[in-house]
Design a protein around this ligand. Sequence first.
Ligand SMILES: Nc1ncnc2c1ncn2[C@@H]1O[C@H](COP(=O)(O)OP(=O)(O)OP(=O)(O)O)[C@@H](O)[C@H]1O
Length: 214
Amino acid sequence: MLEVDTLTKYLGGRRILDAVSFSCAPSQVLAIVGPNGTGKSTLLRIVAGVILPDRGQVRVRGVSVSGDDPAGRRGIGYVPDATEVLPELLVCEFVNLVAALKGVRDEGPRARRQQLGLDETWNQRLGTLSFGQRKRAFLLAALLGDPDVLVLDEPSNGIDPEGIGLVGTILRDHAHEGGAVLLSTNDMPFLTSLSATSMILENGTLGAISRNAR
Ligand SMILES: Nc1ncnc2c1ncn2[C@@H]1O[C@H](COP(=O)(O)OP(=O)(O)OP(=O)(O)O)[C@@H](O)[C@H]1O
């Protein structure tokens, strides 16, 4: 479903990713783990089509995420780690903006908004939300349009324990329904709760595949 093919990326004159390749099948939860500064966020940004690689390709169902066909990017829902953007937008405006950019008709089912605890903050500015509240708003936006692949940078970071359980449930449901999940994290209990397959990113390359069974 997701194919990452020989990605190479240089930043600040350093090779951060060195011909990184992997794939993520339907119903698979794949986690990238590794030390701080090793390139996990850079890899996820490229997969989400936010930045371009120097070499290599990312495809969802065979369509490039950085090509002319918008189906590639629409196939991905992305939650970045840093969410300090568009502080003046109300949560509802932000979600509707993402819906419009994705070509989705509305802001999605009300139940999901309630589930994520966003009813109380719906008319609040993004810049006035806590880190965890913003992360919940970004997760709702990422789920719009039911993308095939969810890409989440440190999804449990800054979320309270009840919220982590909820995020886990959403990701497991996505996988059960045939979607793919790619995340970065060093939160091992969270990985175990997801029965994720994990790969270590170190020195620009991926290695040591292991399964974090529940
Ligand atoms: N715009 C940039 N210019 C130069 N170097 C950068 C830039 N962005 C990131 N880097 C460097 O690239 C490396 C990888 O950063 P990245 O944020 O992808 O790491 P990470 O594994 O996600 O880290 P963490 O676990 O701390 O979130 C770091 O050494 C960082 O300093």
